[in-house]
Design a binder for this molecule. Structure first.
Ligand code: SAM
Ligand code: DTB
Ligand code: SF4
Length: 326
């Protein structure tokens, strides 16, 4: 028998902290889809305008040649992908791309680097990028890998709004995807970001061969952080030729919708981002994701190294659904 729509709520709840268990999130996944989506949409409407979607544009400012062995990633030097490596971009080229993103209607510009973590000399150049992009009136986000002590404070000092650092998958499954760093390392960086007063962007990837229980556990690990991330990207694996995950079976799209809904319910005040994998999704599937509580997306023709829907297609989708960009 399925759980009823009202039977599932976090085990302990106080004004500021809610603690979810994996069983509770699994019970959400087990709801009939209509009950789950209805519940997610109800929670969503308590905290957000249901027709407003936040749009971030991504730019890979340093591409490929990464020392880490993340099994999904086109940019790991260990994976035999045909990606061209590129050095850290010049600040003026980054600013030019940010201006284009702003003119097209993005509110946040997110700069990604294929590093295990930044060296201090490279960080100085990223700090200039952050200052200049911010001065255009855009929110700023960077994703640079693991931070060492003092680096988060420098980013905060440059005016950084968000740091993206995904937990990516359940702690239990992590070692089957990545061996060059640990889930605990990711948590350490998230703590440094939080302590420096930068907003946290952290989510994960599904479709990597993990179980539904792993997916539920990832959501629990995000929701039960000392403070849930302000922004939670949910990525559908983009299978990249030359990576160990190139041949992964495609996840049932409704499982993706269920994951969005579970994230929305477990993290009611976070922005949940419908992230990688959108290019392959129909407009109808994306609409279902918004109904399930997604209220953010990547906007612009490229993610980091792979494609994203054309701006024209997204603008048409917004018009068809009556969505507004924030
Ligand atoms: N090196 C930094 C790090 O690992 O945090 C920043 C860049 S890394 C590419 C940023 C995120 O992109 C990863 O944590 C992962 O969630 C996502 N990602 C990378 N490759 C992906 C793929 N093939 N499909 C879906 N998401 C992917
Ligand atoms: C996130 O969660 N997804 C973005 C962003 N944060 C950095 C990256 C998606 C990358 C997809 C594969 C690629 O383009 O290389
Ligand atoms: Fe490197 Fe990040 Fe890709 Fe892992 S996900 S290989 S750390 S760029």
């Amino acid at each position: 028998m399925h759980a009823t729509a009202t039977a599932v709520s976090p085990a302990s709840e106080s004004a500021s902290v809610s603690r979810w268990t994996v069983d509770e999130v699994l019970a959400l996944y087990d709801l009939p889809l209509m009950d789950l989506v209805w519940r997610a949409q109800s929670v969503h409407r308590e905290h957000f305008d249901p027709n407003a979607i936040q749009r971030s544009t991504l730019l890979s400012v340093k591409t490929g040649g990464c020392s880490e062995d993340c099994g999904y990633c086109s940019q790991s030097a260990r994976n035999k992908t045909d990606l061209e490596r590129e050095r850290l971009m010049a600040v003026e080229d980054v600013v030019a791309a940010a201006k284009v993103a702003k003119d097209k209607g993005a509110s946040r510009f997110c700069m990604g680097a294929a590093w295990r973590g930044p060296k201090d000399k490279d960080l100085d150049q990223v700090l200039d990028m952050v200052r200049e992009v911010k001065s255009l009136g855009l929110q700023t986000c960077v994703t640079l890998g693991m931070l060492q002590e003092g680096q988060a404070e420098k980013l905060k000092g440059a005016g950084l709004d968000y740091y993206n650092h995904n937990l990516d998958t359940d702690a239990e499954f992590y070692g089957q995807v990545i061996t060059t760093h640990t889930h605990g390392d990711r948590l350490d960086t998230l703590e440094q970001v939080r302590d420096a007063g930068i907003k946290v962007c952290s989510g994960g990837i599904i479709g990597m061969g993990e179980s539904r229980k792993n997916r539920a556990a990832l959501i629990v690990q995000l929701a039960n952080l000392p403070k849930p991330p302000e922004s939670v990207p949910i990525n559908n694996l983009v299978p990249i030729p030359g990576t160990p995950m190139a041949g992964n079976a495609r996840l049932d799209p409704f499982e993706f919708v269920r994951t969005i809904a579970a994230a929305r319910i477990a993290m009611p005040t976070s922005w949940v981002r419908l992230s990688a994998g959108r290019e392959e999704m129909s407009d109808e599937l994306q609409a279902l994701c918004f109904l399930a509580g997604a209220n953010s997306m990547f906007y612009g023709e490229r993610l980091l190294t792979t494609g994203n829907p054309d701006v024209d297609r997204d603008d048409a989708l917004f018009a068809r659904l009556g969505l507004t960009a924030v």
